[in-house]
Design a protein around this ligand. Structure first.
Ligand SMILES: [Cu+2]
Length: 326
């Protein structure tokens, strides 16, 4: 399949972040406001060959989780006893980082998923004084796993670094589940309204019910009523959004709907993982969503964004999602 090639070349040309989320109740309107953050500033308007990935300005344009080392920080595996997962963040001075800011109630968010997008887990390791993070291993069985460390080093910018981890054993490649607007988990039914459009901020509303009744008493989890992670099929580019509304702010109901404003960097298949808390347990609802080309896409692309030849080294065509970059 050419999915990896297509997505890899394409990612460089587009903004790579999910936008901030707005409150509940705006999803009914098809003309939802588009956040001004669709591009992350001047750096996104520069172009260069892929080999320039080491430059910060180029890394700024990548989705999270694709790099094991970025802006001086490096995700480093640490040998651990069976049943434990351990790692460090190496800092710009080469030493393990020991000071992290709290973001979404935690100093470290560790997300893992297999390369086939199965086995998603989101856990919170404990920090030892020497900078080693440890947690009961979230790697549930054999496979090629991707581990994402989502954190903010004190004095630095928030980062998501990713590394591959192999758990030996008989591998069973699981096909990506078909796209669906409804799924069940732990007795809950979760429906998804909204579409993903590359380079555009799209409202996504997830609605939770149980036994046919809307769930209106979702519990805050990590300071929100829902946490949404999306992983892109092919390279596991990592996107993380939170709903804008904060529990207790007087305008954010505790369900049944939680709305996110999401922006994906490219066409392709994405697996969405919604963490929500109810009944004092955290549940994860999963969806496959296809992000297609925007309806206004130029007809000359033929729907295939694959790079077809050397790209100019200047004058990026970032505003035209149908064009790839080399
Ligand atoms: Cu977390």
């Amino acid at each position: 399949m050419n999915t990896v090639t297509r997505l890899g070349g394409f990612a460089l040309g587009l903004a790579a972040v999910f936008g901030a989320a707005y409150g509940i109740g705006q999803v009914a309107g098809p003309a939802a406001p588009v956040a001004e953050s669709s591009h992350d500033g001047g750096a996104a308007h520069q172009s260069g060959p892929v080999g320039h990935g080491a430059h910060d300005e180029d890394a700024d344009r990548l989705p999270g989780g694709l790099l094991v080392s970025d802006r001086g920080y490096t995700l480093e595996p640490v040998a651990a006893p069976a049943g434990e997962f351990a790692f460090r963040i190496g800092g710009p001075d080469g030493r393990p980082v020991t000071r992290f800011d709290v973001a979404h109630d935690k100093r470290m968010h560790l997300i893992v998923a297999r390369r086939d997008l199965s086995g998603f887990r989101h856990v919170h390791p404990d920090l030892a004084p020497d900078g080693t993070w440890r947690v009961a291993t979230p790697l549930a069985g054999p496979g090629q796993w991707r581990a994402f460390a989502d954190f903010a080093p004190t004095g630095g910018e928030p980062l998501t670094l990713g590394m591959d981890v192999t758990v030996p054993g008989a591998l069973t490649e699981r096909p990506l589940p078909a796209p669906s607007s409804s799924t069940t988990v732990d007795g809950y039914t979760v429906t998804l309204d909204g579409t993903l459009e590359p380079g555009r901020t799209s409202p996504l509303t997830l609605t939770v019910s149980r036994d046919g009744q809307p769930v209106t008493d979702l519990e805050p989890y990590l300071g929100a009523y829902g946490h949404l992670v999306a992983l892109r099929r092919g390279d596991l580019a990592y996107l993380h959004v939170h709903p804008e509304g904060t529990p207790g702010d007087g305008r954010t109901p505790p369900g049944p709907a939680v709305t996110f404003l999401a922006e994906v960097p490219s066409v392709g298949s994405y697996r969405l993982y919604l963490d929500f808390q109810h009944g004092e347990s955290v549940h994860t609802a999963e969806f496959t969503v296809i992000a297609g080309p925007p309806p206004t896409s130029a007809p000359t692309t033929g729907g295939d964004p694959a790079p077809s030849g050397p790209a100019p080294t200047g004058g990026a065509d970032h505003g035209t999602p149908g064009h790839g970059h080399n």
